[in-house]
Design a protein. Structure first.
Length: 484
């Protein structure tokens, strides 16, 4: 793509996602030399503004995301055009402008176009149809990038999916789940399949329980209107945590690099998800946060109806019915307004068989492999060693690979930056395929419908707490050991 003409169109350029994520990541790529100098970044949205007005709006969002000395040069590549998302004439005029820019770029006879949808899903299909009819690249690739919400349940997602499939082929569609762009999530394949000591243990014979956690220490903060229509399951579990689950638990793909690997990786993920039966109300603890005296509760958010039953916390026991994992509970836990901001995977092994009689004293705690996605990426293995010094009793310690200590100078770009580069390179394994998305909705839709019908109510928990105590009880009841 560096040698061809390149146009990136940000549909919905005035919105929050574009300003906070899309443009800063494009700037990051530009500053690091991953965008060609001749690139044109065209913003498109309904509101009227000039190129300079767009640049003024973007400037404050870019300052922390790249080389400041390149900011003005980057902004000079950013253009703006206004128009409706279903307005064919406006898109035809956009196409005419793009042809002019491509002619000016003059580096190649091939012109590639990437359309980044930073718009709400109710206009996805309008914008996709307009592009399909009037603005696809006449000489190179056309790629469409979309981000959740992809519907609100299985059927609505299917409808959206069929609509998009009539317009673009699967290899033109890049469905973003930004968790797939995080360093530690990208690391899972290598960690699992490039370390021979892990694979023999990575199954029901040795693993007791797996916990995948997402915690935020802030509430919905003015996003209540959006959040109330979605809830924590649609916001985090159905997408981000289910993606992590599939990478933690899938079988080795046929290939993870080289020709066809994007298909193979996603085939393996789909096969795994198809072994997961739907989660039921009995498998979950739901919560909704209340104020702590200082910070407001969820229902105090002005966008949230006073009687909302939307969960802001969910801990769910997910089963995987296949040969590798039968009987091993995977606990997926996510919550807003908790005691910490953290996302991690804990693979808890069975306790050593000799634990109860070989050593005197209390039971030996289980080994645990912890993969911390954020903050401060780390992989550590809770390991029992002899207490150092003159004592001989076992002590729980850690083999620790903390990335900020081991790789302090490595450029660690934001997830969106990594994913944008993958799109330019045509690398689809870090994007969610259509059948993968449907398999994930199949797991969560019956529970979501049961909650929508009032069959499960959230338990109140205090802002800043660990969430409802019932969630810890649920984890313990399926075998998770809290060892501090
Ligand atoms: C988004 C959710 O997809 O992910 C937000 O809509 C959430 O509610 C965010 O805050 C978390 O992303 P990260 O990268 O900060 O963990």
């Amino acid at each position: 793509y560096m040698l061809d003409n390149l146009i990136i169109v940000v549909i919905g350029a005035s919105g929050d996602l574009a300003k906070k994520k899309t443009y800063p990541s494009l700037f990051d790529l530009y500053s690091h030399g991953y965008l060609p100098e001749h690139v044109v970044i065209m913003g498109y949205a309904r509101s009227h503004k000039t190129n300079d007005e767009l640049r003024d709006q973007l400037r404050p969002f870019l300052s922390d995301h790249g080389d400041a000395s390149k900011m003005e040069e980057f902004l000079s590549k950013c253009m703006y055009k206004s128009g409706g998302y279903d307005d064919r004439d406006a898109f035809a005029s956009l196409h005419a402008d793009l042809l002019d820019y491509e002619a000016e770029q003059e580096v190649s006879t091939t012109s590639n176009r990437l359309f980044y949808f930073a718009v709400p899903p109710n206009v996805f299909l309008d914008a996709a149809r307009s592009i399909h009819e009037t603005a696809v690249s006449p000489s190179g690739w056309t790629r469409i990038v979309v981000e959740k919400p992809f519907g609100h349940d299985y059927d609505s997602c299917k409808e959206l999916s069929l609509g998009l499939a009539e317009l673009f082929t699967e290899d033109q569609l890049y469905r973003i789940d930004h968790y797939l762009g995080k360093e530690m999530v990208q690391n899972l394949i290598c960690l699992r399949f490039a370390n021979e000591f892990l694979e023999p243990l990575w199954n029901r014979n040795h693993v007791q329980c797996v916990l995948i956690t997402f915690k935020e220490d802030f509430g919905t903060q003015g996003r209540g209107g959006y959040f109330d229509k979605s809830g924590i399951i649609r916001d985090i579990l159905q997408n981000h945590l289910t993606q992590v689950l599939s990478l933690v638990a899938m079988e080795p793909p046929v290939r993870v690099s080289g020709p066809g690997h994007s298909h193979y990786v996603r085939d393996a993920k789909v096969q795994l998800l198809e072994c997961v039966p739907p989660v039921t109300v009995e498998d979950v603890v739901l919560g909704q946060y209340v104020g702590d005296g200082e910070r407001e509760g969820y229902l105090d958010d002005p966008g949230v109806p006073a009687d909302s039953q939307t969960p802001t916390f969910c801990s769910a026991v997910v089963k995987i019915q296949n040969r590798r994992w039968d009987g091993v509970p995977f606990i997926l836990k996510a919550g807003k307004a908790l005691d910490d901001r953290k996302a991690e995977i804990r693979v808890q092994f069975k306790p050593p068989p000799a634990g109860s009689y070989l050593f005197d004293g209390p039971a030996i705690p289980p080994n645990e492999l912890v993969i911390r996605l954020q903050p401060k990426e780390a992989i550590y293995l809770k390991t029992n060693v002899k207490a150092p010094g003159l004592r001989s009793a076992p002590l729980q310690s850690e083999l620790d690979l903390s990335y900020h200590l081991r790789y302090p100078d490595t450029y660690n770009p934001d997830a969106y930056t990594r994913l944008l580069l993958d799109i330019l390179r045509g690398q689809q394994s870090t994007f969610v395929r259509d059948d993968e998305l449907m398999a994930s909705w199949k797991i969560w839709t019956p529970l979501l419908h049961a909650i929508d019908e009032g069959q499960a109510a959230p338990i109140p928990y205090r802002f800043g707490s660990r969430g409802p105590a019932e969630a810890d009880e649920l984890a313990k009841s399926v075998g998770f050991v809290y060892s501090g």
